[in-house]
Design a protein around this ligand. Structure first.
Ligand SMILES: C[S@@+](CC[C@H](N)C(=O)[O-])C[C@H]1O[C@@H](n2cnc3c(N)ncnc32)[C@H](O)[C@@H]1O
Length: 282
């Protein structure tokens, strides 16, 4: 890693990350609804206590509260700004009495809960953990017999751009994703975890294991264009240090306020692969 790229997240990083999580949920809301519907089919009632591990900005928390109307949720995250945003969202939705937050680093210790939970949700959070197997065994102990654990994972940022942008060399986005995948593999050893195996080893019975290939055609929503722009802008320092001069110029054009810029293009699409597993505690 180049010396000017600091390891610790700054306030600006946090707020960009927060915006990206909210945009992801907005862009993929149909996918989230589909997952919630399958959780409603799989969960053995009653579902009154939901635990959201690595809740981030709370998109999963609120989707679950909508899907399980009797439930209250405990949102756990290491990041205080994420949890503050989540609490503000809860207040804005008139749902403060249904949400509590716990700031905890799951790599250090599992939060102490006041009794068992019925449903645990971990979306795009398991791959961040140093030892997912240890945390999963603690999840197993936290969920009641008959309760459900849902794990959602992703292989990376969505792809938005056509192969041929009309300028620069074709295959620009693919080259960016190759660089980003190498970075993720280095920093997040569990990014391609075999979640089915890990859930089974923790004692769960896997009830669903699905891969969703999501493709939203052009024209996309304004939120999608913002998602493409914010994610590309966030990766710019990393990519600009590694791409060749031609691709750096392409990146600049994509982020500029001209006709080639991502906010002005009419050929954006969304392509992403998400995995979803649900498992019960026998
Ligand atoms: C990619 S975000 C996903 C957020 C949310 N679940 C979603 O799907 O939108 C990952 C979240 O996990 C949290 N996280 C990462 N490592 C963690 C740890 N060791 N303990 C608690 N939370 C952690 C991060 O702060 C971040 O909010």
């Amino acid at each position: 890693m180049a010396h000017h790229e600091h390891q610790h997240s700054t306030e600006a990083d946090e707020s960009t990350q927060l915006a990206l999580l909210d945009l992801d949920a907005e862009v993929l809301h149909e996918h989230l609804s589909e997952i919630t519907a399958s959780l409603r089919r799989l969960a053995e009632p009653p579902v009154r206590r939901v635990l959201d591990l690595g809740s981030g900005s709370g998109t999963g928390t609120f989707t679950l509260l909508d899907g399980f109307e009797e439930a209250t949720a405990i949102a756990v995250d290491a990041s205080a700004p994420m949890l503050e945003h989540l609490s503000e969202q809860a207040a804005a939705r008139g749902a403060s009495d249904r949400v509590s937050t716990v700031q905890a680093d799951l790599d250090e210790s599992f939060p102490r809960l006041d009794g068992p939970v019925d449903l645990v949700w971990a979306s795009a959070s398991m791959h961040h953990l140093a030892d997912p197997a240890r945390v999963l065994s603690e999840v197993f102990a936290a969920v009641r017999p008959g309760g459900l654990l849902a794990v959602a994972e992703l292989e990376g940022f969505p792809r938005f751009l056509p192969d041929d942008l009309g300028f620069g060399r074709p295959g620009f986005e693919e080259r960016c994703h190759e660089l980003l995948a190498a970075k993720r593999a280095e920093h997040l050893p569990h990014i391609s975890g075999d979640w089915g195996k890990l859930l089974a080893e923790a004692g769960f019975t896997v009830a669903a294991d699905r891969t969703f290939d999501i493709h939203l055609p052009a024209p996309v929503s304004a939120a999608t264009a913002r998602y493409a722009e914010v994610s590309l802008r966030r990766m710019q320092p990393f990519l600009a240090a590694r791409l060749d001069a031609d691709d750096v110029a392409t990146l600049d054009t994509l982020l500029a306020d001209g006709p080639g810029g991502v906010l002005h293009r009419d050929d954006l699409t969304v392509r992403t692969t998400r995995t979803f597993l649900a498992a019960t505690r026998p």
